[in-house]
Write a protein that binds this ligand. Structure first.
Ligand SMILES: [Mg+2]
Length: 319
């Protein structure tokens, strides 16, 4: 029987792995550390709102090119839990999409029409999405110009969805459908606006991750979840609620660190993929036995759960 992995990693993609500026894996240390960790038996699950196409092209292909071993346990949970595939023996498996979690076709047309009419100079529709409608900041447009357009765009999308009789929510406001239901949400992030089923989210993605890993081997002894948004804490929330040992690594705690019952690790002096790279390099050193402590020298523990589960041995189990 295969040994229990010393660690499982549940990784948000935009932010800790892919640069929000280039929308690709721009720091080579990230790929090298992930390849090493996967080779040491650490399961890697990407939990993202991105499409399977983005994951294959921007994350899996570079990982394979960097030497990801055939034995690696790698899964991609895309579109916030609606779509998934795995990497087996150096190949991406067929995509599985849950059509019950998709927005109606009509939403694609409504949102696409709004972008084409008034917002094509700052944003574009991601045509690779299967379950969500995602409109993203153009890479050639400065963040400030995109931010100025995003608010009015969100309002137009809300109004159009409401006029079409689709129950939808935006930033705490809700416009129910004729039956009083709100099955969809408009979810703005720093670089995009998503229209999606309310059943999707990083918690659903974490559930899918557990299912995928239970099906292909032993579950890890401990977990680290890594993200750059408040919504990414839902990954650690879900694992913690299942009684699993988890700490969350917040690579952009711009809004502060929320109170949690599990430890939160925060980088000092770096954010986004620079912090993601530093953390993954550190974890690889911990598993090699070259570091004893997860925190210190650029990372600090936060929160009430900080004393729990962090001093345990990182040494991989002896075969
Ligand atoms: Mg992110």
């Amino acid at each position: 029987m295969s040994p229990v992995p010393p660690l499982g990693l549940l990784l948000d993609v935009d932010g800790p792995v892919a640069s929000p500026a280039t929308r690709s894996v721009s720091r080579p240390g990230i790929l090298a550390a992930l390849v090493e960790l996967a080779g040491a038996g650490v399961p890697l699950v990407f939990n993202t709102g991105r499409s399977d196409t983005f994951l294959r092209e921007q994350v899996v292909a570079p990982l394979l090119a960097a030497g990801l071993p055939g034995t690696a346990r790698v899964h991609a949970v895309c579109e916030k839990g609606a779509v998934r595939f795995s990497v087996r023996q150096g190949r991406a498996t067929e995509v599985v999409a849950d059509s019950s979690l998709a927005v109606p076709r009509e939403v694609h047309e409504l949102v696409g029409g709004i972008v084409a009419a008034r917002y094509a100079d700052t944003m574009f529709v991601d045509t690779t999405k299967r379950a969500m409608v995602s409109v993203e900041q153009r890479v050639d447009v400065p963040a400030s110009r995109y931010a100025a357009a995003q608010g009015p765009f969100e309002e137009e999308v809300l109004a159009a969805c409401a006029a079409a009789g689709l129950g939808v929510g935006l930033r705490g406001r809700e416009v129910p459908d004729a039956q009083g239901r709100v099955p969809y949400r408009i979810d703005p992030t720093v670089i995009a606006v998503d229209v999606e089923s309310v059943l999707l989210g990083k918690d659903r993605g974490a559930e899918r991750a557990l299912e995928l890993l239970a099906a292909d081997g032993e579950l890890p002894a401990r977990w680290r979840t890594v993200g750059d948004s408040r919504t990414d804490y839902a990954m650690a929330d879900l694992l913690h609620s299942r009684g699993l040992s988890v700490a969350h690594v917040d690579v952009r705690p711009g809004e502060g660190v929320p109170s949690r019952d599990y430890p939160v690790l925060v980088p000092e002096g770096a954010v986004e993929d620079e912090a993601g790279e530093a953390y993954l390099v550190r974890v690889a050193a911990l598993l090699r036995g070259e570091r004893a402590e997860e925190a210190g020298g650029g990372f600090a523990w936060w929160g009430s759960g900080a004393s729990r589960g962090v001093a345990e041995s990182w040494a991989p189990p002896r075969a």
